[in-house]
Design a protein around this ligand. Structure first.
Ligand code: ATP
Ligand code: SF4
Ligand code: MG
Length: 314
């Protein structure tokens, strides 16, 4: 999709039991770019992220698609080879940094684990780069001695020290208070550009999207329904689901509080999905054609959407 994509995911399918909980998902993240993946709870965002890292839970199976990391397909690598990539060429930060850090090891030592052979000076420099004050002292501290925001910075240091092509951040700021949240997002954006890493940022907060993303992919019930540059998506959504989400936001300047929960109905139970458009039960534009799943089509301007009735949108 993108010539210099750090990550290029095509037709990713993830199955739990008999159900394709993620179906033909396409995503691409360029170097230095932040792609936000948004969608309601249960839409398949975290499973997608875990699949990219080769860390799907036991119940879930990768049943289709390609995952290209800098051109190399890593979808079906043996675990031994995935382990060598994880944290080095593709890394991840989580919602709860304190849960992801080992409480029994000093922060500096944990960062060193991400890049064996890194000198103490390199580790301290990395801690400084993520905005940790007094990085020399902090390297010797244990996670419980640091605030949540500082722990998240340490996680980011650990995720980036090896210079990965891709960083996946699954709701990285939800556990932090609003001021710290904004600082961490600024930091991620800055580091993506400076270190030329592609960031896949998973969030259900449109304010976060507006603040940090270059492009956005919207996931609904396991399918990508729209992908566009961020302002293009906000200005001119080309899918009824996105349009409804945005219509529920009074003004863009109010987006910091906007969560993706404000539209009527619920994400359908994934086990009850038919073959047609998965948004049909909630869609005000649904018609006869929608019993067939709409393909993700190019609407011009690097804007893709999956809907039969785009022409009926304003
Ligand atoms: N380990 C698991 N076993 C069984 N079902 C699972 C498992 N993990 C996820 N699922 C199901 O897969 C679907 C997608 O889950 P996923 O965690 O990817 O959603 P999400 O978009 O990350 O949601 P949230 O915003 O709440 O984090 C959901 O229906 C969920 O119930
Ligand atoms: S394809 Fe049909 S049901 Fe699906 S979003 Fe478009 S109009 Fe709505
Ligand atoms: Mg999730």
């Amino acid at each position: 999709m993108m010539p210099s994509a750090a990550l290029d995911v095509t037709n990713l399918c993830i199955t739990i039991g008999e159900t394709e909980v993620v179906q033909n998902a396409n995503l691409a993240v360029g170097r230095g770019e932040v792609l936000a993946l948004v969608g309601e709870s249960g839409s398949g965002k975290s499973l997608t992220a875990l699949a990219l890292l080769g860390l799907l839970p036991r119940a879930a199976r990768l049943t289709g698609g390609r995952i290209r990391l800098e051109g190399e397909d890593i979808a079906r690598l043996p675990e031994r080879r995935m382990r060598a990539l994880r944290g080095r060429r593709i890394s991840m930060i989580f919602q709860e940094p304190t849960a992801a850090l080992d409480p029994l090891a000093p922060v500096g030592r944990q960062i060193a684990e991400a890049l064996p052979g890194a000198s103490p000076a390199h580790i301290v420099a990395m801690l400084a780069e993520v905005g940790i004050a007094d990085p020399g002292a902090s390297a010797r501290q244990y996670p419980f001695e640091l605030s949540g925001g500082m722990c998240q910075r340490a996680m980011i240091a650990s995720a980036l020290i090896a210079g990965p092509a891709v960083l996946i951040a699954d709701e990285p700021t939800t556990a932090l208070d609003v001021t710290i949240q904004a600082q961490i997002l600024d930091l991620l954006r800055k580091l993506a550009h400076e270190r030329q890493a592609g960031i896949l940022l998973i969030t259900h907060d449109l304010g976060v999207v507006a603040d940090i993303a270059d492009r956005v992919s919207v996931m609904y019930a396991g399918r990508i329904v729209e992908t566009a540059p961020v302002w293009e998506l906000f200005a001119r959504p080309r899918h009824p689901y996105t349009a409804l989400l945005l219509a529920s936001i009074p003004r863009l300047s109010d987006t910091p509080k906007a969560q993706l929960r404000a539209i009527d109905g619920n994400v359908p139970s994934l086990t009850e999905l038919g073959p047609g458009c998965r948004f049909a039960p909630r869609c005000p534009l649904a018609g006869e054609r929608c019993v067939i799943a709409p393909p993700l089509e190019d609407r011009g301007g690097n804007h893709l959407s999956a809907c039969w009735h785009v022409d009926r949108l304003p």
